[in-house]
Structures are given as C-alpha cells and as structure tokens.
Ligand binder design. Structure first.
Ligand code: A2P
Length: 287
C-alpha cells in the first residue's frame, strides 16, 4: 500500500511501527559509575527482583558482543563478586580496567542508563556458611579481591558471628586502596548496621591496608608482614590460632596460594559450603 508508505508519520507512530529493538537477555540497568584510578572502577546497577544471594558470592556479568563468525549477538561474560550486601536493593561491582581485556576494555566505558548482562545465578565459597563458628574473622584481599569483602563488611551476620573482624588489603599503589578505605569509613554511619548490630559496632573492625610499590603508611606484602610478626604487632592481636580464627582469602593467584599455605601452617583447614571448616579462598577476577 503505497499511500501508507508516503504518509508522513509522527514520531509516536514511527516508534510503534519500528522493529522491536533486540532485547538484551538478563539485562540490568547501570545506575552509577565511579572511577577510582586509571586501572580501577566500580559501578552499581538494578537488581533482578528474583535474585537472592549470600554476601560474598559472585555472578556472571558482561556485555553483548557480535560473534565474528556467525555475526550473531552473544553475551561476553566474566565472574564478578557482588560487592554490595545481600540486603541492598541495587547491586555493586568493583572492577579492574584492562586496556586490551576482552570485557573490561569495553565495560570501563559504561554510563548510567546503559544495560549490562547479569546471569542471576549466584555461587561462591566466600560465604559464612563455609566456615565453622569462631571468635575472629580475617578478610585477606589484594587489588580487586576486596570486592567480596565490600559485601561481607556491610553484612550484619559478619558482626553477629564474630567479636573481631580484621580486613587486610595489599595493593601496588596507595590510590588503589581508596575504594576500600572509603567503604570502611562509611560503615561508621551505616544506618542499618548501627541499628541492627548496635552503635559503635564498627569498633570490631581492624583495617590493615598496605602497599608494595608506592610509599604509604604501611609498606609490604601482608604475607611477609605476617611472617615477620609485624602485622600482629601493628594490629595488637595474637597470631592466628585455629581454635579462634577464621579466614577468607581473595586476590591474585600467587597471593592466594602463598597465604593458603601459611594458614595451613597455622593449623587452619579449607572449608566448603558442604563441609565448613576454618578458611576459604577464591581468585579475584582478571580480564
Ligand atoms: P607486589 O607489588 O610485591 O607484586 P597485582 O596487582 O599484581 O594483582 O598485585 C596486587 C598486590 O598483591 C600487589 O601489592 C602485589 O605485591 C601483591 N602480591 C602479589 N603476589 C603476592 C604474594 N604471593 N603474596 C603476597 N602479596 C602478593
């Protein structure tokens, strides 16, 4: 019908008759992006109504990309720890930017309003369920391995289950500590935690940030600082004891392996969801 084709259409009719935009599967909308350094950023997005997770778990997230062979749009996904606690209405993620990384070279450019793909199937071992009861919990992180602890530090159960919470974060440069430092400072005024756990709950937290390649108040790898005893002296705590201490590790592979071996020397054993013990470990995401 040529008449219809020639009839000028209003924007509204054009929108109604345009072919439906190909829907992104499992799409969530970005609500906030913060860049911390030229290598690190964090972002928040909407949370699927059906998504239930335990603080410390990870999900697969990513972006759509065109498959070079078939020309079809497919999701490119990577495992990301959820940095927000289980009670939060949004989700938060903390990511590295790798300039030639397949995902993060693009993900670092997301803006509020953009869509990302998020598979709503949370999994992971850095959960309270994988540990036996204890008095003190250690969170050991390097780099973006801080992410699951950003979730667990905002989780009331962490303070219900333990008398003392020690978070160590080792990074190359001082600016790489900012995301974690700001988050920990923010706990003091966290309404939910102050209400549920009690005012001053944050005094249970001992924060031990260290850098290895740039001057900062405390320099060195956490592994070396523990071996020499310096970390325990600085923190004013007893060395790790399998009767009272529990630990979670999240960082680069070499760090995870070295610290795991150290914890085993202290007498801690690795736990799992199905077999809770004294410590758990997970690799931080790298594009
Ligand atoms: P270093 O600068 O001495 O290598 P990356 O950015 O490479 O993932 O490293 C993050 C932090 O983890 C760096 O401060 C790095 O220190 C530290 N690190 C790397 N390997 C180990 C390890 N085996 N034990 C403790 N810390 C480590």
């Amino acid at each position: 019908d040529t008449m219809t084709e020639m009839t000028p259409v209003t924007d509204a009719t054009a929108a109604a008759t345009a072919p439906a935009k190909k829907a992104v599967p499992d799409a969530q909308t970005v609500t906030e992006v913060r860049h911390w350094t030229d290598r690190l950023f964090s972002f928040r997005c909407t949370r699927p109504a059906s998504l239930r997770f335990r603080s410390g778990e990870f999900v697969m997230i990513g972006l759509m990309q065109t498959d070079p062979k078939s020309g079809k749009e497919k999701p490119l996904l990577r495992a990301y720890s959820i940095a927000s606690p289980s009670w939060d209405e949004e989700l938060e993620f903390y990511s590295i930017k790798v300039q030639d990384g397949p995902l993060t070279s693009r993900l670092q450019h997301i803006q509020p309003g953009d869509e990302i793909v998020l598979r709503p199937k949370p999994v992971g071992t850095l959960v309270h369920d994988a540990l036996l009861p204890g008095k003190r919990i250690w969170f050991f992180a390097t780099g973006t391995g801080f992410a699951p602890f950003a979730s667990l530090l905002r989780e009331p159960q962490t303070y219900e289950d333990y008398d003392e919470v020690i978070i160590t974060h080792t990074c190359r440069e001082a600016a790489e500590l900012h995301y974690g430092a700001e988050l920990i400072e923010g706990l003091k005024t966290d309404e939910l935690l102050n209400e549920v756990i009690g005012e001053g709950f944050w005094k249970k937290i001992k924060y031990y940030p260290t850098t290895t390649r740039e001057e900062s108040p405390k320099m060195g790898r956490i592994t070396d600082l523990m071996r020499s005893g310096e970390a325990f002296r600085d923190l004013g705590v007893d060395p790790i004891n399998p009767d009272t201490d529990r630990a979670m590790i999240c960082g680069n592979l070499a760090f995870n392996l070295e610290l795991k071996a150290m914890l085993e020397e202290y007498g801690l054993e690795e736990g799992a969801n199905s077999d809770p013990k004294q410590y758990v470990v997970e690799k931080a995401f790298l594009d």
